[in-house]
Design a protein around this ligand. Structure first.
Ligand code: 5GP
Length: 349
């Protein structure tokens, strides 16, 4: 056993120090980024925020709405070939902002291959809870061989050496985050995790050294957190909870005590296991919770709120473009709030 004594930070442990700026208004700030990907050498331009590939947020309705603003969507991996073909037929223009998701089973690879024969999606999201296994790395190498011209985002990991291994094994973008998600219980169930801000800073450094990119996945609860993720060096930011509860999300609106909600659950929660596999295998514990999130109407309002917040962050530090935000950022450590509410762990959640 070994202990690392370096302090590792989360979003709430820091604030961004304001700096002198010549920007007159936040409307002068551009949030568009252009990336050329390491393995494919293809280029993408847009606002690098991605809706998470969860049942609730990784929907075609979300992809359509977000693509209007230049954002991307990772579609959930349970969508069928027919769903993809229908979407591609009617909404060809939105396809370049879509990721198709895949796990590491042979059945999932076969399904992905069948869909890709009919609908050549430009981005694959290879997604597992634990990106540290040999099986994951060899699957990634195999996927890269089959799809040399498709951008592959792979994860999740939280440390620089694994980011390097994944990039050298074929990933263009590495997804960062173990345990920070809003409906994730990995840290409570397993004791495993890494404070997300430090994970982003360390992993971005490793990826950029090799010409790769990182996507910060999980833990953003406010536009300020999204800005901090970019400021820490994230090239892309993936959002689940912040995009939950909208019209474009899966599921009906439910009413409780006069308030409207939508159901949102972790992809390894027992609710997700029941939905997709009929039950939870005995050897696993649920590592996700289910919650009712307040109904928020169309996602457009949330998108504008997030983008407005990040533009304002850029104005505070004098960054004309999102690309400059990280270089212009000095984080200051703040003491944890004294009024932070302690929420007791509830096994039934
Ligand atoms: P959020 O933006 O809601 O904080 O985080 C979204 C991320 O949480 C997802 O992109 C995914 O990486 C992670 N996630 C989703 N469902 C689960 C789950 O059931 N368990 C765990 N450990 N992580 C989850």
């Amino acid at each position: 056993m070994r202990i690392e004594y370096d302090v590792k930070l989360d979003f709430k442990d820091v604030l961004i120090r304001p700096k002198r700026s010549v920007l007159k208004t936040r409307s002068e700030v551009s949030l568009q980024r252009e990336f050329t990907f390491k393995h494919t050498q293809t280029t993408w331009t847009g606002v690098p925020i991605i809706a998470a590939n969860m049942d609730h947020t990784g929907t075609f309705a979300m992809a359509l709405a977000l693509s209007q603003h230049g954002l991307m969507t990772a579609l959930d991996k349970f969508l069928t070939q027919e769903d993809w073909e229908n979407f591609a037929k009617e909404h060809q223009a939105a396809l370049p902002s879509c990721f198709i998701s895949c796990g590491i089973s042979d059945a999932e690879l076969e399904k992905l291959s069948n869909i890709m024969k009919k609908v050549p999606v430009s981005f694959i999201c290879l997604d597992v809870a634990n990106g540290y296994t040999e099986r994951f790395v060899s699957f990634l190498e195999h996927l890269r061989e089959i799809y040399p011209k498709t951008v592959i985002m792979a994860g999740n990991v939280v440390t620089g050496e694994m980011v390097e291994e994944l990039i050298l094994s074929g990933a263009d973008i590495v997804k960062i985050g173990i345990g920070p998600g809003s409906v994730c219980t990995t840290r409570e169930k397993t004791g495993v995790g890494y404070p997300q801000l430090s994970a982003i800073i360390e992993c971005a450094d490793a990826a950029h050294g090799l010409g790769g990119q990182v996507c910060a996945d999980g833990g953003c609860t406010t536009p300020g957190d999204v800005a901090k993720a970019f400021a820490a060096g994230a090239d892309f930011v993936m959002l689940g909870g912040m995009f939950a509860g909208h019209d474009e999300c899966l599921g009906e609106i439910v009413e409780e005590k006069g308030k409207k909600y939508k159901r949102f659950y972790g992809m390894s929660s027992s609710e997700a296991m029941q939905r997709h596999h009929g039950s939870m295998a005995d050897y696993r514990a649920s590592e996700g919770r289910s919650v009712n999130v307040p109904y928020k109407g169309p996602v457009k309002n949330t998108v504008l709120d997030i983008l407005g917040g990040i533009r304002s962050t850029c104005t505070y530090v004098g960054a004309h473009r999102l690309k400059e935000l990280s270089k212009r950022t000095t984080f200051i450590r703040v003491a944890r709030q004294l009024n932070e509410v302690f929420v007791p762990y509830d096994v039934n959640k």
